[in-house]
Design a protein around this ligand. Sequence first.
Ligand SMILES: [Zn+2]
Length: 256
Amino acid sequence: MAEGDSIARLAARLDARTAGALIVRSDLRHPRVATADLAGMRITGWRPRGKHLLMRTDAGWTLHSHLRMSGSWSVLRPGSRYPRDLRVGLGLDDGRTVAGVALPVVTLVRTRDEARVVGHLGPDLLADDPDLDAAAARLRAVPERAAVVALLDQRAVAGLGNMWAQEVLFLERTSPWRPIGGVDLPPLLARARRLLREAVATNHRQVTTGDPRPGRRHFVYGRKGRPCLRCGTPVAFAPAGHRARETWWCPRCQAE
Ligand SMILES: [Zn+2]
């Protein structure tokens, strides 16, 4: 799932494999950047910011992308054919190609102007030293908003996707529908940061229960009607709608 931890690991992988490489061929197939040409620029690095990805070059330009549900990045071996739905193809001087596929969001900005594309984001849970007090203040700015909705607002706190938001609320024994103004945020944000950092370092499969078996990896996420792993109560589910995205919770462990 393309949550903050997945993007951080992707950025580290792309950085390790392509930082320092010279772009010799640039094929941009996204309306926002179709006329740009990155050939002649050297990739200096890849940086995650929340769920956004920034590829910087030595020419002072940053290629910004967001994967949402569909997008992916990979490095193709020399001679590989372009994948279907290619949006970004960057031929490198050693013959490999950096391929961005099905990316819904691609923009090119001056590196000094990156704030134009990521400046709206709240404190990043995966930053070295995120300001969690500031994140809490941003979350509480709309105190009546349901906790599960507030935690997914990247302008308040960046990095959580639907899976982590659901699981963190379960672990904190907090109803997803509780107004965020009534949630004890410091421990919740500290836990969210810890889980995301573990996911980047070791927990690549995003297991929250400690049990990697299928159907046992998460406490509530994706477990509609199945027994809560803590108390046995059937997990409740609300489909995506006007209140929130798809939401799962234990009505007993997370009583309103
Ligand atoms: Zn329960």
